[in-house]
Design a binder for this molecule. Structure first.
Ligand code: ADP
Ligand code: MG
Ligand code: MG
Length: 864
C-alpha cells in the first residue's frame, strides 16, 4: 500500500487533490522559504478509503512515524513535557481540495492532558496560559469529536464569569480556568463521553472526526449547491502549535496581499494581539488594522510585506493568508487565492499583468465576465450605510434612491416635480412600463431573476431588486409593509441592485470606480474576439449607451415597447377596437408617424451599424387595461371601457405565450405588418436623404413553419419594391422552426435565435410561472442551473446547433445571431462563440458579452 501521510517537505510537487487546499498551500509556502510550523498531511486518499471501508490499514503506524519526525523538528515530545521543555501540541485541521465551509472545525492544542498542563505551565512559567489552552481544547474536542453542543461549554464559561464577577475571558485567573477545565472534564465524564487523556487517543479521535465530517449535512448541502463532486474527500493537516496567546508580543492575524474590495496593491488585513486562532473570527475583541503594526512593530510589518511579495510571486495571484506571531516570531499557517469584488478582480488582473507577474492573456481569462455590469454603476457605500430593511434578489445592478411610488401615475407625479422615484410593486406586468422607464429604481415583492421586472429593468438599465419576500405591497392603498415598517407613497428608499439590499431613507452612494482598468482589460481582450456583439435596445438612448459600450449594432429592437408609450396607447387601443377598415387605417396612420420617428432616432444613434427590428410580438390584449379595471369603469357607465371590455374578453387567451401573437398576428392583421415595415423603410430613406448611413434589418417573430416565412416575405417584398430591399430574417424561437431550419433558411437572410422562447418551449415551461419551481429544481440538484438565465447547452443548445448546421448548409450566406437574455450571459456567450456570427445583449451586458467572447476566442487558441 502506498504511503498516506507526508511531512510538508516530503510532499513537494503533490497535487491539491491529494493534499487538500490547506496542505497544498503549506507545502508551497515552506518550499518558498516562508516560516511554516512543521506539519504532516494525511491524504484525501486515506479519507476516501476510510469512508468506503471504515478503516485505513497502516494509517496509525504512519502517523506515529511522522509525529516522531515532528518531535525531531521541534525538539519536543508529543503531549508530554520533559524537564523544562514544553510538550509538543498540534492542531488538527481539515482541508478539502476545494475550499468548503461546513466541515469539521479545527481543533487546537491537541495532545494536552492534566499531566501535559502541568508540564506546559512549568515550562512557560505561565499557568494561566496552560489552563487556558487546556480548557479551549476540552471545549473544541468536546464539541467536534465527542458531539456535545458548543452552547453547553459557553454556558458553563458564562456562569463561571458571572460567579467571579469577570467581564471578559481576560479577567479570569489561572485558578478560574483550572476550575473550568475540571468542570468540563466532569461534564464530559457524566454524559458518558469522557475526554481521553492519552494524546494518541485524542489524535485518532480527531482525525476520524475530520474524515467523517466530509459527510456532514452542512457539507453535503454546500457541495450540492456549488456542484462539488461527492467523492473528493478531505485531507487532514496535523501541525505543531505555535502560540499567539503568550503575551503582548504575540498575536494572530489575517492578511491580503492586495485590497480585496478595491484591488489596490498593498498589504491589507487585521491583527489581534495576545490571541489564539479562532479569537479573530469569533469577534470577542475587535482586531486592529495591519497598518497599525507600522507604529509598534515595524520589523514585523516589514516581514509581512516581504511575505506578501513572496506569496504573490509564487502563486501569481492575490493571496489571503493566516499567520500567528509567537513572542515576536512570525509563522504562516494558511494561504489561498483571495475572494474579491468584481472591481478588485479587474484591477488586480490588469496590474499583475503590468507588473509582469502574469500574462495579458491570463489577465483576460481571470475576470468573471458576468460581474462586469456592476462595475459601471454606483453602489451603496457600505461603510456609511445603516442596516438594510430588506433583502431581495439582485436583479439589475447599480444603486439608486428615490421616493416610493406604487403606480405609473405615482412615478409620473414625482418625475414631473423633478424628484427621483422608486417604483414599488408586488410584481410588474407590461402595463407598468411607463413607471419602470421613469423610475430610478424598481422593487418587487415577488418574482425571480428572470421575472418581468428583472428582465425589463436590465434592459432599461434601471437598478432593481426583485422577489423581496418580506415585503407586502398594497398599491391601491399607496403603501407597503416590510418587517413591521410601513412605507408610504413619497417615503425615501434606497436600493442596491447589485446586492439585493433595500434601505429606508437616502443612503450615501459611491460612484462607479475602476473604469480605466476595465477599458484596458477590454482593449487587450478585443483582438481575441471573433463573435460580433450587438445590443438589445428599443430607444435611441439605449442605442447610444450600447454603442458607447462597444455594441456593433442592434440585434433586437422590440417595437412593442414603443407601443406602450402613453401617447400611443390610445391609438393602439383604437387599432384593436377598429370595426371598419377606415377606423383601422386611421389608427395605423397615427402609429406610423410615431414609429417612423422612433426608428429614425434609433437608426441615427446606430448610424453605420446594423439595426434589427423585430415586428410586433406580443398578443394584442397586452395593450388593454386589466379586465377588472375595465369592468369597474364599464359598470360605472364608461362607454369606451365597455367596448374595450368586450374586445378584451374576445381576445382573452388561456395561455397568451402560446397564443395569437408574433407572426400569426402579423399575417392575419397585415395592416400592422405593413405599417411597421413601412415606417422603418421610410425612416431609413429620410435619414439617407440627410446624408446618413442607416442599416435597417427586419425580422418576424415566433415562426414555426416555412409557409409563414414565405407569406411574410411576400408582404415585405411589396414594400421592398418601392423602397429597395433590406435584410429580411426570422427569429428561430420555436423548436419547430429549429427543426425545419433547412426549409426556412433559403427564404431569409438571417436567423436570430430567440433563446428566451426557445428555452420556454423546449422545456415546456413559462418564465412567468417558473419562479415557483425552478429555484427549487436547482437547489435539489434536478437542474445544474436555471436555464432561463444561462443557456441549456444540452437540450436548447442542441436545437440551436442543429438549426445552425442545417440552416447554413441550405443557405451558405445565412447570418446567425442570438438575441435572448442569454446573449449577455458569459457561459452562454462562450457556448455560441464558435457557432454564430453575433450575440445581442442588453446594453449593460455588452461588456460581459465582449469579454466572454474574447475569453472563448482565447481558450480555443490555448488547448487545455
Ligand atoms: P479554517 O479552515 O476555519 O480556516 P484553520 O485550520 O485555518 O481553520 O484554523 C483556524 C485557525 O486556527 C487558524 O487561522 C490559526 O489561527 C489557528 N491555527 C491552526 N493551526 C494552528 C497552529 N498549528 N498553530 C497556531 N494556530 C493554529
Ligand atoms: Mg484558516
Ligand atoms: Mg420571443
Amino acid at each position: 500500500m502506498s504511503a498516506q501521510v507526508y511531512l510538508l517537505e516530503e510532499a513537494e510537487g503533490f497535487s491539491k487533490d491529494l493534499l487538500g487546499g490547506k496542505g497544498f498551500g503549506l507545502v508551497a509556502m515552506r518550499k518558498a522559504g516562508l516560516p511554516v510550523p512543521p506539519a504532516f498531511v494525511i491524504t484525501t486518499e486515506a479519507c476516501r478509503r476510510y469512508l468506503r471501508t471504515g478503516e485505513v490499514p497502516g494509517l496509525w503506524e504512519e502517523v506515529r512515524a511522522k509525529m516522531a519526525a515532528l518531535e525531531g523538528l521541534t525538539g519536543k515530545r508529543f503531549g508530554l513535557g520533559e524537564g523544562n521543555n514544553p510538550p509538543l501540541l498540534v492542531s488538527v485541521r481539515s482541508g478539502a481540495p476545494v475550499s468548503m465551509p461546513g466541515m469539521m472545525d479545527t481543533i487546537l492544542n491537541l495532545g494536552l492532558s492534566l499531566q501535559g498542563v502541568a508540564a506546559l505551565s512549568r515550562a512557560t512559567g505561565n499557568p494561566r496560559f496552560a489552563w487556558d489552552s487546556f480548557r479551549r481544547l476540552l471545549a473544541m474536542y468536546g464539541e467536534v469529536v465527542l458531539g456535545e453542543r458548543a452552547e453547553v461549554f459557553e454556558g458553563m464559561l458564562s456562569a463561571l464569569k458571572e460567579r467571579k464577577g469577570a467581564r471578559s475571558d481576560a479577567d479570569l485567573t489561572a485558578e478560574d480556568l483550572e476550575e473550568l477545565a475540571h468542570a468540563y472534564l466532569a461534564h464530559l465524564e457524566a454524559r458518558g463521553t469522557p475526554f481521553p487523556m492519552d494524546p494518541w487517543a485524542q489524535l485518532e479521535g480527531a482525525v476520524l472526526a475530520v474524515f467523517r465530517s466530509w459527510n456532514n449535512p452542512r457539507a453535503r448541502v454546500y457541495r450540492r449547491i456549488y456542484g462539488i463532486p461527492e467523492d473528493l474527500g478531505t485531507a487532514v493537516v496535523v501541525q505543531a502549535m505555535v502560540f499567539g496567546n503568550l503575551g503582548e508580543d504575540s498575536g494572530t492575524g489575517v492578511g491580503f496581499t492586495r485590497n480585496p474590495a478595491t484591488g489596490e496593491k498593498g498589504l491589507y488585513g487585521e491583527y489581534l494581539r495576545n490571541a489564539q486562532g479562532e479569537d479573530v473570527v469569533a469577534g470577542i475583541r475587535t482586531p486592529e488594522p495591519l497598518d497599525r503594526l507600522k507604529d509598534y512593530a515595524p520589523e514585523l510589518y516589514g516581514e509581512l510585506l516581504r511575505v506578501a511579495e513572496r506569496l504573490e510571486g509564487h502563486f501569481r495571484d492575490m493571496q489571503d493568508f493566516e499567520f500567528t506571531v509567537e513572542k515576536g516570531r512570525l509563522f504562516l499557517l494558511q494561504t489561498r487565492s483571495g475572494k474579491r469584488t468584481a472591481q478588485a478582480a479587474v484591477r488586480i488582473a490588469v496590474e499583475m499583468a503590468e507588473e509582469g507577474l502574469i500574462t495579458r492573456e491570463e489577465a483576460i481569462l481571470r475576470v468573471e465576465a458576468n460581474a462586469l455590469p456592476g462595475l459601471l454603476r454606483p453602489a451603496v457605500d457600505r461603510e456609511r450605510a445603516p442596516r438594510p430593511l430588506l433583502k431581495g434578489l439582485p436583479a439589475s445592478p447599480g444603486a439608486a434612491f428615490g421616493h416610493a411610488a406604487f403606480s405609473n401615475e405615482g412615478v409620473e407625479r414625482l418625475s414631473a416635480q423633478g424628484l427621483p422615484a422608486i417604483l414599488v410593486r408586488p410584481e410588474t406586468t407590461p402595463e407598468d412600463i411607463t413607471g419602470m422607464y421613469l423610475a430610478k429604481g424598481i422593487l418587487t415583492a415577488r418574482g425571480g431573476l428572470t421575472s418581468h421586472a428583472a428582465v425589463v429593468a436590465r434592459g432599461l438599465g434601471v437598478p432593481a431588486v426583485v422577489g423581496a419576500e418580506a415585503l407586502r405591497v398594497f398599491p391601491e392603498e399607496g403603501r407597503a409593509v416590510a418587517e413591521g415598517v410601513e412605507v408610504r407613497e413619497g417615503d425615501l428608499l434606497t436600493l442596491d441592485g447589485s446586492t439585493g439590499e433595500v434601505y429606508l431613507g437616502a443612503v450615501p452612494l459611491v460612484e462607479a470606480a475602476g473604469e480605466a482598468y476595465l477599458h484596458k482589460l477590454l482593449a487587450w481582450a478585443e483582438p481575441y474576439r471573433r463573435l460580433g456583439v450587438r445590443a438589445n435596445a428599443d430607444t435611441p438612448e439605449d442605442a447610444r449607451r450600447a454603442r458607447e459600450l462597444g455594441a456593433e449594432g442592434i440585434g433586437l429592437c422590440r417595437t412593442e415597447h414603443m407601443f406602450f408609450h402613453e401617447e400611443r396607447l390610445p391609438w393602439v387601443r383604437r387599432l384593436i377596437l377598429a370595426a371598419t377598415p377606415e377606423e383601422e387605417d386611421e389608427a395605423l396612420q397615427a402609429l406610423f408617424r410615431f414609429q417612423k420617428e422612433d426608428f429614425k432616432g434609433i437608426l441615427k444613434a446606430m448610424d453605420g451599424l446594423p439595426v434589427t427590428v423585430r415586428l410586433l410580438d406580443p398578443p394584442l390584449h397586452e395593450f388593454l387595461p386589466p379586465l377588472e379595471e375595465l369592468r369597474q369603469k364599464a359598470e360605472a357607465g364608461d362607454e369606451e371601457a365597455r367596448r374595450l371590455l368586450e374586445r378584451a374578453e374576445a381576445l382573452r387567451e388561456v395561455n397568451p405565450m402560446l397564443g395569437f401573437r408574433g407572426v400569426r398576428l402579423l399575417l392575419l392583421r397585415p395592416g400592422i405588418f405593413r405599417m411597421q415595415l413601412k415606417a422603418l423603410l421610410e425612416a431609413a430613406k429620410e435619414l439617407k436623404e440627410e446624408g446618413l448611413n442607416p442599416r435597417p434589418e427586419v425580422m418576424v417573430p415566433l415562426v414555426a413553419d416555412p409557409k409563414e416565412v414565405e407569406r411574410a416575405k411576400a408582404l415585405a417584398e411589396e414594400l421592398f419594391r418601392e423602397y429597395g430591399p433590406i435584410p429580411f430574417g426570422t427569429m428561430v424561437e420555436t423548436p419547430r422552426a429549429a427543426l425545419l431550419a433547412a426549409e426556412i433558411a433559403p427564404l431569409v437572410d438571417f436567423f436570430s435565435f430567440g433563446t428566451n422562447d426557445l428555452t420556454q418551449m423546449a422545456f415546456g415551461l413559462s418564465r412567468d410561472d417558473a419562479g415557483k419551481f425552478l429555484p427549487r429544481y436547482v437547489e435539489e440538484g434536478l437542474l445544474p442551473f436555471d436555464p432561463t438565465e444561462r443557456l441549456d447547452e444540452k437540450g436548447v443548445g442542441r436545437l440551436l446547433r442543429l438549426a445552425v448546421e442545417e440552416g447554413r448548409r441550405a443557405n451558405p450566406a445565412l447570418k446567425l445571431g442570438l438575441c435572448g437574455e442569454h446573449g449577455g450571459e458569459a457561459g452562454s456567450v462562450r457556448f455560441v462563440a464558435d457557432l454564430l456570427d453575433y450575440t445581442s445583449a442588453s446594453p449593460f451586458r455588452v461588456l460581459t458579452a465582449r469579454l466572454a467572447a474574447a475569453q472563448a476566442g482565447l481558450s480555443s487558441l490555448q488547448p487545455v
